[in-house]
Design a protein around this ligand. Structure first.
Ligand code: GAR
Length: 207
């Protein structure tokens, strides 16, 4: 059974999707054992407690920079003996001290079709604002491995939604979450735990 540690910063609807999937027996060979939050006020912490999952708060504000923060996160990940780390709405870019220690063992959900609308500064609602501003006709979400470059690791799964003429960033965000993120993130986590993702030439394949 693989030990899953989930990192969060906010509302935690993706964490909830993982908790619900696990309860339905859809995360094969994996168990969420700890939720780490960068934000003491994150509603995600309540979701974890309600599900009986151990929580740890490591407030981003208490660290001078990303390197110092990442070192604290790394220490906790090691302490938790994480097999898989899931960034579920985690709003801090992790320094290479973490990504190098856990290659192909950190999964992120990004609310756009990478390589569009991604990288530094593209997070949360901002991503959907930019997609609408550009006028793209489809958007979606990407589940990918995390490496030392923001949103640039191997893509595991992607799914799309259509954009409607009267969409607002909030409406588009909700459509992408409901139709793509909440389905594909648990699916990718289960695939990882079942050892069904392989890496060839830096690309991820589901076997
Ligand atoms: C989700 O849409 C997630 O894809 C996005 O933030 C939202 C968090 O919602 N993540 C990023 O933008 C990371 N770059 P949640 O806290 O309800 O899961």
């Amino acid at each position: 059974m693989k030990n899953i540690v989930v990192l969060v910063s906010g509302g935690g609807t993706n964490l909830q999707a993982l908790i619900d999937s696990e309860a339905r027996g859809e995360i094969k060979n994996g168990k969420i054992t700890c939720v780490i939050s960068s934000n003491p006020e994150a509603y995600a912490l309540e979701r974890a407690s309600k599900a009986g999952i151990n929580t740890v708060v490591i407030p981003r504000k208490e660290y001078k920079d990303s390197v110092a923060y990442s070192k604290a996160i790394l220490e906790e990940l090691d302490n938790q003996k994480a097999d898989l780390i899931v960034l579920a709405g985690f709003m801090t870019i992790l320094d290479r001290c973490v990504t190098e220690k856990y290659p192909y063992r950190i999964i992120n959900v990004h609310p756009a079709l990478i390589p569009s609308f991604c990288g530094e500064g593209f997070y949360g609602l901002k991503v959907h604002e930019k997609a609408l501003e550009y006028g793209v006709k489809v958007s979606g979400a990407t589940i990918h491995f995390v490496n030392e470059e923001a949103d640039a690791g191997a893509i595991i799964l992607q799914g799309t939604v259509n954009i409607e003429n009267d969409d607002t960033p909030e409406v588009l965000q909700k459509r992408i979450m409901e139709n793509v993120e909440w389905k594909l993130l648990p699916k990718a986590v289960s695939l990882f735990c079942e050892d069904r993702i392989s890496i060839r030439n830096g690309k991820a394949y589901v076997d």
